[in-house]
Design a protein. Structure first.
Length: 106
């Protein structure tokens, strides 16, 4: 009977998928949805400046609260890793839904 209970416990443990946990205190930004299977490895939020291109010749600078969220993907060959283009389109779609406009200069 004891062996059967141990066997049942091992089966239940092995049936639980091993999922990576988000870094403590980190969460997704409310404007963006996370790509499937990704997890947060780190985050920070502080007053800083961000420089970005507004045309091929001009750079603009904004100051304010800058949020940085670092994501990672499990090292699991059974999972399909999204391409960089899929990830970029995910952000573009979210920005467009919020009323943002595309201005890519590269």
């Amino acid at each position: 009977m004891k062996g059967l209970m141990v066997l049942a416990a091992l089966f239940l443990i092995s049936a639980i998928p091993l999922c990576a946990q988000d870094a403590e205190g980190c969460k997704d930004h409310p404007f963006f949805s996370r790509m499937p299977n990704f997890f947060i490895t780190g985050c920070s939020e502080n007053f800083n400046k961000l420089e970005y291109f507004v045309s091929e010749e001009a750079v603009a600078t904004k100051e304010g609260e800058l949020t940085v969220i670092s994501y990672s993907y499990p090292d699991d060959v059974s999972l399909k890793v999204p391409s960089q283009l899929q990830i970029l389109r995910n952000y573009e779609n979210a920005i467009t839904k919020l009323g943002g406009k595309e201005n890519i200069c590269w």
